[in-house]
Design a protein around this ligand. Sequence first.
Ligand SMILES: [Mg+2]
Length: 417
Amino acid sequence: MVASAVNILHADLDSFYASVEQLLDPALRGRAIAVGASARGGVVLACSYEAKAHGVSGGMPGWRAAQLCPDLLFVKGSFHRYQEFGDRVISVMEDFTPAIQRISIDEAFLDVSGAVHLFGPPEVIAARLRARVRGELGLPISVGVARTKSLAKIASQVAKPDGLVVVPAEREREFLDPLPVRLMWGVGPVTASRLAERGIRTIGQLAATPRSAVERLLGNAVGEKLSRLAVNEDPRRVSGSARGRSVGAQSALGRRAASREAVREVLGQLAERVATRMRAGGLAGRTLTVRVRLGDMRSLTRSHTFPGPLSTTLTITETAERLAWDAIGEPGTEISLLGISLSNLEQQPFLQLEFPLFGDNPESPGSASGASRLALDASMDAARSRFGKAAVGYLPAQLRHGHGTPDAFRELAEREL
Ligand SMILES: [Mg+2]
């Protein structure tokens, strides 16, 4: 099997609901808060790190949380705001790659293999993504970078809170061996305690157990799956649902009289940006839409759907020109904006490598408690110190800590049409 590159990111917002509440209400910052329960009842959906420090965790009854942390503030959830912030984080991700698979309101996988020639190595992309989410939205997000989805997700858990962990291909065993099995995708409390009864507590111990024994213990399907994941055998690709999305770019021109040359030049630049983003994600689109805003602010759109997908700059430019003039009419007409977008997206055939090993319906690592939590924290700290800060130590300071956005990125923050 050919070793693939370390180019999968798993990005996971930290204590998402609680972070949004603290962002919206400064009075809550630095406080222990819980969302979705009260001291009398209900279940804690999320809590701030200040609350976690007292042992409060998601899934815990409100009365228990109040017992553990007498200063705990219970906050009513504002779910439409969570959805809105989650969507905004996804659109920041879309500036780096269209190959995004969102798996819940606050986490997503990104395949950045096509984006490295534009933005730098995966760990730099991860650092920039973190800096932008922090700088533009004010939210902490942890990112794991690895060769497989399973490992990237484990790495992002180790990176929390507010960290970045990169696992180089040659150090996967060293990273995984000491970590608790609970961090694996699909290992919940029941599976973990079954494994613990046989003395299997770490991923390294699981990897060293014969597959047949694991299958006898957990059943064939689950046993095989976990045995494979323990040795980081995970062929699942990042599968964004490309359909229904679009990749677009537009350019405000100020009011000016349209000339053949100027329209061709602007559309050529827009086509280049769109085509580059499409290629970065291994995508091609079948429907091209051109938007023209006239001098009197009227907006016109023209679309054309091709029998097959296209992603080359030249074809996009030529078709866009024809559509644009259909909307503009004659040279000399005043225009103030030109935009293009490609939709009806599909994966380019050479990237169509989907090997679903099992469904994407993970049982995420739940809350551990007591001694196992301490053990888990200790092994995660050890992994973090080896693979986290050290792995990103060479990044420019502005990427590691920066709250500002480099100018180059503002240009890339194109609005979808
Ligand atoms: Mg999260």
